[in-house]
Design a binder for this molecule. Structure first.
Ligand code: MG
Length: 225
């Protein structure tokens, strides 16, 4: 509601074996670099071959965004968050850099699956800040890891389970800065999955929509007759 261009990007891509590759990316900063960095990172994942490890695809995305930033003066240092998941076969492989988030929406609880790679997030993890202090810290938007600014990047990769009643939520900070975990859980768990995704974005917009808001919600397919 407050910005002239959307610097978030997202991907939902079917893979072989009834699996799905889903991702969100949030470009850093206000210049053209943010929009281009998130687009380039998502485009790299759109070419991701199932045989490759997703961590390697993240490294490739970093190479491409970094090279693009080095080649153009106005784009120097360009970067983006990138959170992705390969969903299928009862499990999820997550790869993550930056402060977008993945959550598992269970039947009775919401569980955050990613660490925020931000100054405030790092301080929260070592115990310097409480979760509430971290959420309001002036440096909560300053990233400690991103795709693109540097020649290499450390990627968090983990495998988590996803039950038949669970949903996987990927989102950019525009969602979780507007809505607390309880509100996210209530909307993400309720009703049909597509309506739930729209309800999350609508609720964040109603909260002011000062940032771009991107949501990808996934669940395991149930066998149909
Ligand atoms: Mg954002």
């Amino acid at each position: 509601m407050a910005r002239t261009e959307n610097q978030d990007n997202w991907l939902v891509r079917p893979l072989a074996g009834s699996r799905l590759l889903v991702a969100v990316a949030d470009g850093i900063g206000g210049g053209p670099g943010g929009r281009e960095a998130s687009a380039l990172a998502i485009e790299t994942l759109a070419r991701y071959e199932p045989a490759e490890a997703i961590g390697e695809t993240f490294a490739l995305a970093n190479d491409r965004v970094h090279a693009h930033g080095q080649a153009t003066r106005e784009l120097l240092g360009m970067g983006t968050t990138l959170t992705a998941a390969v969903v299928g076969g009862g499990r999820v492989v997550l790869a993550h850099v930056g402060d977008s988030r993945a959550y598992r929406i269970g039947r009775v609880a919401i569980e955050r699956l990613t660490d925020d790679h931000s100054v405030a997030g790092e301080m929260e993890r070592v115990g310097t800040l409480t979760a509430d202090e971290s959420a309001h810290h002036p440096q909560r938007h300053v990233l400690t890891r991103a795709i693109g600014p540097f020649a290499s990047v450390r990627v968090d990769v983990r495998e988590v389970s996803l039950g038949a009643d669970d949903r996987l939520l990927l989102c950019t900070d525009g969602l979780y800065n507007a809505l607390d975990d309880e509100a996210i859980f209530g909307l993400a768990a309720a009703g049909a999955i597509e309506a739930a995704a729209h309800a999350l974005v609508e609720a964040a917009l109603a909260h002011g929509g000062s940032d771009d808001i991107t949501v990808v919600l996934a669940e395991l397919a149930t066998e149909r007759e």
